[in-house]
Write a protein that binds this ligand. Structure first.
Ligand SMILES: NCc1[nH]cc(CCC(=O)O)c1CC(=O)O
Length: 294
């Protein structure tokens, strides 16, 4: 709802004469909270219901976290705009500890993200990882109830909801490499609606869009989905696009990471090239093991 309200506000500034309404919806991804996303599976867990609303004419556009969008947009819909990026990093949230490096062995960490789990297990093998789902309030309540010593959340969600005070420390990309698209919103529009595509175009942030395209191309080239422990994070630095990524097994015993710099205009090619680099280093064996385990 924050994300929809933010986009509504930006559009209202651009088009003060228009009446822009929010149609609040929940999706399967919001409703099924007792299982990890990877176990519910399926593409478009957070977007299908919104696309049906657009097809039925109940809604004109849909606002998503780019992180929740499947790597290939469904037939008939396009991303009209990719917004500027909020802090893309993961946040360490704890009432007792300042950061990952301060945790004692056997400390209990809450996360249901395969990416966070793999990266924690690879770098901090003494921690205990327990499942944690639900919206932000639910997750924070479970932390406060003492079920976990610390939890890992996207910094962006906490910042947007005015909960920045709950962040004990922002994790560096070395400690927890973010998910493709983390911290960025995508505006989905029916492909036929040239009028709406033109309307939302000013909300596109070209630099953020290049970074997210590189991250998503990397993920797409490795068959990325919420079942695959995969991270990708790009930034523009010194006129170049710098992309870092990894694929891993959830137990963290294999984690293959790499990085590549390229021209920002070659965003998707940089993403594909980094994926190929990891394949050359044996990522295929990780992907095969994951496929065999399902
Ligand atoms: N999968 C849930 C999800 N999708 C986007 C965000 C955070 C906001 C963002 O990344 O833009 C979150 C919550 C989290 O990971 O803590």
């Amino acid at each position: 709802m924050w994300q929809a309200e933010y986009v509504r506000g930006r559009l209202a500034e651009l088009y003060p004469q228009r009446n822009i309404e929010i149609l609040g919806m929940t999706t399967r991804g919001d409703q099924i909270l007792d299982r990890p996303l990877a176990a519910i599976g399926g593409k478009g867990l957070f977007i299908k219901e919104l696309e049906v609303a657009m097809q039925n004419g109940q809604a004109d556009i849909a606002v998503h976290s780019m992180k929740d969008l499947p790597m290939d947009m469904p037939e008939g819909f396009v991303l009209g705009a990719i917004t500027s990026r909020e802090n893309p990093c993961d946040a360490f949230v704890s009432n007792r500890f300042a950061g990952l490096n301060d945790l004692p062995a056997k400390a209990v960490i809450g996360t249901s993200s395969l990416r966070r789990e793999a990266s924690l297990r690879a770098r901090y093998p003494d921690l205990v990882i327990r499942s944690l789902r639900g919206n932000l309030d639910t997750r924070l309540r479970k932390l406060d109830a003492g079920e976990y010593d610390a939890i890992i959340l996207a910094a962006a969600g906490l910042i947007r909801l005015g909960l920045v005070g709950r962040i004990a420390s922002v994790l560096t990309p070395e400690q927890s490499l973010p998910a493709p698209g983390q911290g960025v919103l995508g505006i989905e529009v029916p492909a036929q609606r040239a009028d709406l595509i033109a309307l939302v175009a000013p909300l596109n942030d070209p630099a953020a869009a290049q970074c997210v395209r590189a991250e998503r191309a990397f993920s797409r080239a490795l068959g990325g989905s919420c079942q695959l422990p995969l991270a990708a994070h790009a930034m523009l630095e010194g006129g170049l696009l710098w992309l870092r990524g990894f694929v891993a097994l959830p137990d963290g015993r294999q984690l293959l990471a790499g990085e590549l710099r390229g021209a920002p205009d070659d965003d998707e090619a940089v993403g594909r090239a980094l994926a190929q680099m990891l394949r050359d280093q044996g990522a295929g064996a990780i992907l095969d093991q994951l496929a065999a385990g399902q």
